[in-house]
Design a protein around this ligand. Structure first.
Ligand SMILES: [Zn+2]
Length: 489
């Protein structure tokens, strides 16, 4: 048994997919988050690491309106040690990301982000070595390959992302050779849970399965479900989004044998404030300052609704109908599509302000594109939507009748146009999509090959104008998807 002084405790406190949620409208807010992080640092000042697994800036109006600056100020004030590039970090383009990161007092990591020429991107360090409790800790950052599918191609121009697994061995060796006692993977890499078997999969799981002899702890992100598991003795955590949860891994390192001899992990649900901490006053002040600067245009009440309009990715949402209806109205298109995951928040009940519209649609890529599609191409898009891999495509101007089987699979029975005529495979239709989909986002390759023309209108502004015109909002649903096996036709 090692002497007490030979045992060193490292507390890794991690967050992923913060999505700019400073205020706590839908999460717990930055001030409480800061209180918990500071609490860890006070309890173990020499051995605490604060890490962010990416997608930190995009997702709320307060962050977007100030181009991520309040989030960087929050991270600096808490004293973050490193952050990994998430797919949403590309949304404003690399140049602007680097501008956002200028005041950051911590490095941006991404070992698998490369220039098209194959070299590592100069602005994303593959790893960061840091001393804690006299130990050298190597934090290795990897980002998800899914970035290539979910980011506008124009934003990724000149770059590519390779599979973390393909370069991991080389990177881990390099970090070991630099004398790292402990290696932590900070991944914007998802952990998915199989709905059928009690099994986990995804980029982080595969990475740890293959390279566990190198790894002492792994942080995941990108998939917004919290999870905590252990693979071959390596603890993995992935938190819920919007700062509602913290991941914590405690490692006990024994200097007499030069290795981690014990590990434990937990997910702390901040929404219930389990330790009863007071929100941090400095961070609260910081958020309030930015709110004051923002008030005016965005706090204007543009409509009211008596009901809550929820977000639900596996069906057509009332808000999804509103969005796709205004896209059609604006363009005169026969039909309109909008990607489900592009809708981040619901609205109501109560007054609807401009800020709510931006919280519903916080991401870039919201300009409208219009193009002509053949019926057969539309069928392929709907078929893909029904796999629910990226949620159900929100739509207007079509009625999709499908059949479900016992395994949850869905097959198209008939598609009708807005005049209730069957969609013709060889017919031509005018289609409006948001820029993200028109770029082939979420894997809709069919849409990437359409000749689109841009309509100079931002969907957020159109939606706000529509709400303003209506004044009182009813969450009416058009039910464009009809399950034939569940309803009478
Ligand atoms: Zn992500």
């Amino acid at each position: 048994m090692a002497d007490r002084e030979e045992l060193l405790t490292i507390d890794i406190v991690a967050l992923s997919d913060f999505l700019g949620e400073l205020e706590g409208d839908t999460g717990t807010g930055a001030a409480l988050l800061a209180a918990y992080m500071n609490d860890f640092k006070q309890r173990n000042p020499a051995g605490t690491l604060i890490l962010d697994a990416g997608d930190a800036f995009q997702g709320s109006l307060l962050s977007t309106a100030f181009r991520g600056r309040p989030v960087i100020e929050l991270m600096n004030a808490i004293g973050y040690d490193a952050m990994t590039v998430g797919n949403h970090e590309w949304d404003w383009g690399v140049e602007e990301l680097l501008e956002v990161m200028k005041p950051a007092r911590f490095p941006l990591l991404g070992a698998n982000i490369c220039l098209s020429s194959g070299e590592r991107a100069p602005w994303a360090a593959p790893y960061h070595l840091i001393e804690r409790s006299g130990l050298r800790i190597g934090i290795v950052g990897f980002t998800t390959i899914e970035t290539l599918q979910v980011t506008l191609k124009s934003k990724l121009k000149g770059y590519t992302i390779c599979e973390a697994r393909d370069i991991a061995d080389e990177i881990f060796r390099e970090v070991k050779n630099k004398g790292a006692d402990i290696i932590v993977v900070l991944g914007h890499l998802p952990i998915y849970c199989s709905p059928i078997t009690p099994d986990y999969y995804g980029e982080l799981v595969e990475l740890v399965r293959e390279f566990h002899p190198y790894i002492d702890a792994a942080i995941g992100g990108h998939h917004l479900s919290p999870c905590r598991l252990n693979i071959e003795g390596v603890p993995l955590v992935q938190t819920a989004p919007k700062g509602t949860m913290l991941g914590h891994i405690r490692l006990v390192y024994d200097k007499s044998v030069n290795q981690v001899i014990q590990c434990e992990s937990e997910l702390i649900d901040l929404s219930s404030n389990p330790k009863g901490l007071e929100p941090d006053k400095i961070i609260d002040g910081l958020v309030r300052d930015y709110q004051t600067q923002l008030s005016g245009r965005y706090s204007e009440v543009i409509a009211r609704t008596a009901e809550h309009w929820p977000v639900a990715y596996e069906r057509q949402m009332a808000i999804g109908s509103c969005i796709t209806n205004v896209m059609r109205e604006k363009t005169g298109a026969d039909l309109a599509f909008f990607n489900a995951y592009g809708i981040v928040a619901g609205i109501g009940p109560g007054p609807v302000r401009m800020e709510h519209v931006y919280n519903v649609l916080p991401y870039e890529g919201n300009r409208i594109l219009v193009g002509r599609m053949r019926g057969e191409q539309i069928y392929r898009v709907i078929e893909q939507s029904l796999t629910l891999q990226k949620g159900l495509l929100q739509l207007s101007g079509l009625k999709v009748v499908y059949e479900s089987d016992s395994t949850g699979g869905k097959t198209i029975h008939t598609i009708y146009d807005s005049r209730h005529r069957e969609l013709k495979s060889d017919g031509w239709y005018t289609v409006a999509v948001n820029e993200f989909l028109g770029d082939g986002g979420d894997g809709y390759d069919v849409l990437a090959h359409i000749r689109w023309e841009s309509v100079r209108a931002d969907i957020r502004e159109l939606l706000a104008a529509d709400f303003r015109g209506k004044g009182s909002l009813e969450p009416g649903l058009d039910h464009p998807y009809i399950d034939r096996s569940q309803s009478w036709m």
